[in-house]
Ligand binder design. Structure first.
Ligand SMILES: [Zn+2]
Length: 76
């Protein structure tokens, strides 16, 4: 089993992060979800991953900013 080396991308269909990709992957290659068998071109899978990363990163950044603001007010 070969896994994508980048950040875990969730299968849009089943949420699994287990993808099978060929050696020396190219953007046109097909990644296959190991769990549900969904086949998706790698460049599309990467787009999905970027969208998922945005969803994760922004709430975390927001939380960090809120924490920082809280600390500022504590010091006053
Ligand atoms: Zn799947």
């Amino acid at each position: 089993m070969i896994k994508t080396k980048s950040v875990a991308i969730q299968c849009p269909q089943c949420g699994s992060t287990d993808f099978e990709v060929p050696d020396n992957v190219q953007d046109d290659d097909i990644a296959t979800c190991h769990f549900c068998g969904l086949e998706m071109p790698l460049h599309e899978l990467r787009e999905v991953g970027l969208e998922q990363a945005k969803d994760v990163v922004i709430p975390e950044a927001k939380k960090a900013i809120e924490e920082a603001l809280k600390n500022i007010f504590k010091r006053k």
